[in-house]
Design a protein around this ligand. Structure first.
Ligand SMILES: NC(=O)c1ccc[n+]([C@@H]2O[C@H](COP(=O)([O-])OP(=O)(O)OC[C@H]3O[C@@H](n4cnc5c(N)ncnc54)[C@H](OP(=O)(O)O)[C@@H]3O)[C@@H](O)[C@H]2O)c1
Length: 284
């Protein structure tokens, strides 16, 4: 059998950039999708397309066996993803792997989880071979706070709640396994780390890895929102507050074995992440 050709959306992003080499390691031919022709993904066929431009997506899907669907956080993310899935079915793509989120539910108080649930429901009734991946909070999300962490502190409205946060390298490796392997049709995999950790435990892991004192501070939602004011659009700040309230209620602490089941290796722990990314949390 010929190597499958896999279209990777978000190929320059958090999960996509790791997924490209993970797929190649499994023998797949990768078509990396980006909007920016000046920033090609090295070592892969590149295609310039925008989820907001259906003609470009149709061209990107031509001749593809499987597709990985990941869109950035956007107010119209659900509509963009639903249209992509319909175009993939129209293009005769054999397999669609959708990146959703832990605890996606149509009645969730978290808007992002409702949007993901809407996409999942639509994809389920499309009649296309598909698999859903629901990762929990990314460990790599800490990189957005690297500047303040390097100064010895970080803050979030989460209290002492534990979250089974997952390393995006594991998300990418799980996605590569599903995109290239058999037996995943119609399945939904929740992707978590090997344990649930509090933000104090995350601070401890970062302190140990960097050899510097790093402290976590619980903050009220309004102060967290004020710190993000002007950096993110209001809908995204509101969505993040909903996300953190969900974490703070202890609703994102279950541990699943899907990463190990799919990749054949244990999920990376927060201590692995802290060790491997320690340079990002040390002042330049
Ligand atoms: N952050 C978390 O902890 C977490 C946890 C679970 C699930 N998720 C889910 O992960 C998704 C977002 O992940 P992320 O924030 O890490 O983003 P990301 O995957 O890093 O997204 C950025 C990517 O999206 C591409 N992109 C942006 N606009 C595009 C457009 N209009 N058309 C095509 N591609 C476009 C960018 O590529 P170019 O600039 O090269 O075009 C870039 O590769 C969301 O669905 C979120 O719910 C996140």
């Amino acid at each position: 059998m010929n190597a499958p050709t896999v279209l990777v959306t978000g190929a320059t992003g958090t999960v996509g950039s790791t997924l490209v080499p993970a797929l190649q390691a499994r023998g797949a031919d990768v078509r990396a999708m980006t909007r920016n022709p000046d920033r090609p993904v090295p070592g892969a066929e590149n295609v310039v397309a925008d989820l907001r431009n259906p003609e470009s997506v149709t061209a990107a899907l031509k001749g593809v066996d499987a597709a990985f669907l990941n869109s950035p956080s956007a107010a119209d993310a659900a509509a963009l993803q639903i249209r992509f899935a319909e175009l993939a079915r129209g293009a005769g793509v054999d397999r669609l792997v959708v990146l959703s989120q832990y605890a996606a539910r149509p009645d969730s108080p978290v808007r992002f989880l409702r949007w993901h649930a809407e996409v999942e429901a639509h994809v389920h009734q499309l009649g296309l071979d598909h698999t859903v991946l629901r990762p929990n909070l990314y460990m790599q999300a800490l990189l957005a706070f690297a500047g303040t962490i390097a100064q010895g502190r970080f803050a979030a409205p989460i209290g002492g709640a534990a979250v089974s946060t997952v390393d995006t390298r594991d998300v990418a490796e799980a996605a590569a396994a599903v995109l290239t392997g058999a037996g995943h049709t119609g399945r939904t995999y929740t992707l978590t780390g090997p344990r649930a950790v509090t933000h104090d435990q995350i601070a401890q892991a970062l302190s140990t890895a960097t050899g510097r004192a790093i402290a976590f501070h619980d903050v009220p939602s309004d102060r967290f929102a004020a710190a993000l004011d002007g950096m993110l659009p209001p809908w995204q700040v509101a969505g993040l507050l909903e996300d953190y309230a969900h974490y703070a209620r202890g609703e994102a602490a279950d541990v699943h074995t899907s990463v190990a089941d799919l990749t054949g290796h244990p999920a990376r722990d927060i201590t692995d992440f802290a060790h491997d990314y320690s340079a990002a949390f040390i002042p330049a």
